[in-house]
Design a protein around this ligand. Sequence first.
Ligand code: GAL
Length: 651
Amino acid sequence: MAKLGVCYYPEHWPQNRWREDAAAMVDLGLSIVRIGEFAWSRLEPSAGNYHWDWLDSAVTTLGEAGLQVVLGTPTATPPHWLVKQHPEILAVDADGQPRKFGSRRHYCFSSQVYRDLACSFVERMAQRYGENPHVAAWQIDNEYGCHDTTLSYSPAAAAAFRLWLAKHYGTIEKLNQAWGTVFWSQEYGEFGDIDPPNLTVTEANPSHQLDYRRFSSDQVVAFNYAQAQILKRLSPGRDLIHNFMGFETSFDHFDVSADLDVASWDSYPLGFLDRSWFDHEAKTRYQRQGHPDFAAFHHDLYNACGQGRFWVMEQQPGPVNWAPHNPAPLDGMLRLWAWECFAHGGEVSSFFRWRQAPFAQEQMHAGLLRPDGKQDVGAAEVAQVAAELASVELSDPVQSDIALMLDYDAIWNLEIQPQGREFSALRWLFEIYQSLRERGLNVDIVPPTHPLAGYKALILPCQPFVSEELAQHLSAFPGKVLIGPRSGSKTQDFAIPAKLAPGPLRDLLGITVVRVESLAPENLEPVQLGNGLFEAALWREELETENRVLASFAGDFRPGAPALVERGNFRYLACLATKPLLDKLTSDFCNWSGIEMASPLGDVRLRRRGELQFAFNYGSAPADSPAPADAEFVLGSRRLSTAGVAAWIVR
Ligand code: GAL
């Protein structure tokens, strides 16, 4: 059963308002409320001086009104007294500066002192509320990685990194070998000599950097695990959740999610449109909607992280405060975003926040209520979704035909040595996702080891390190596979494989990549594909191959060189692509895989959930959904208004 929720900060409002707020939430059709995630200074105003009374009454007031409470552990905001007593818990940035108190997320994941303090607070909190009948779930911490906080260069991090390396490599000789430290006389005599890879004169050794990314990710996992263990023990039967972010790749979200029951994420489509890589045209066209694939992409990603269980913990309610510009969503957009979450299989869509705060950092961030406590425009849309939910029966989500592989380690690898400034693994992956979604497909996102049974096709957009295990996994897959450039181009230690790229994929693909080059964005490379002339961008590879060549480079430089080759059920792409080339590649690939695509949908997006086909209009003009003539609609109709939603039954 899909539910609606909201984020609430009882500590921001007089206690005599709580009952009225709780009743108003229920009236609106909300059934979930998240509280507490930043409230440490009110729960423990000085060391060991606990004030649970107010939280007791908040939980009771909300619970008795009929709301299920998600309790946040407030460990993203260690209070001032704690920092004063233990300044060593602060994170240190890449310039070597401690990150000061005065906002949030100032702790270092590697500080054992902080981990112990956080855990002992969580233990007490869980002892008090673990079995509370109103507490349905826990949110652990808040938005790991937000404000660039995964990587810290503190003394605690340096010490923990050395232990991590010693465990990983065993001997310093192995590390020297793996990192290639003979280069530039970087050889180390013992693990204790190794520092984090910051403040070096020029680029630090890439293997060193990659290990630091892996280590830092493991520290997030360990921090989360420590709290999860406490909550599992003291609050049995409650879902453990973390709220992940948009386009955040600084740690492995699959690894963190392994210790959670539900992966949730915080969806701010307008803010992320403005602050991400999208071009001027997209930023103008979708300023009040967000990019049509942004929310969908993260729903599918976090659905994979949560192994089929995801929520939106925070949904944009109106203008936010933190993007370069903060427009208001189109009327109807909150409703569309909520329905889109449910269409992708989301269990809960929860809005951030109940009432706009008139003070502090986020005073310009809208809520469902205005600062004066009256309803803002979003509230009516939420009420509409609640009413609609009562009449729409949602069946179980189905597996898609096509899967797209996302590997955090691959993203770090390419960030460390992009080789061309604009080369972005995440952006490339997103553009492939977009291209498939523009033709109406459901797309599953999968981690590298994910079982592939039931899929007709798989795309690995760009996977520098391919393990033997992954190579075997791929060779056992009977479906069609499209493999993007730079795949198999690095060993686990960040070196070029002895027999060159694609490393362990060599036999499967029947190619050797003998040379690569990156290109400035304006220098496009013509590519002949079938009868059409298209353009590659940013990246080009030279292949040695006996394979069937499906597309070749067609400019002045080495014309006829292969750009897309095929062997068995594998295709390898030797470049990055401009949009028309990418669209042609994905449509040819789906055709080859026996996957039927819709005609290009413009600003409309589709999502199938069980026997319901949803359609969403992201455009700024009304549009038609591609429903069959005799479609039986359970929501909306063929004609989609701006921000319109429709759903019909597919028999
Ligand atoms: C999220 C965060 C919230 C709030 C919100 C504002 O990143 O989890 O606490 O800051 O953004 O949009």
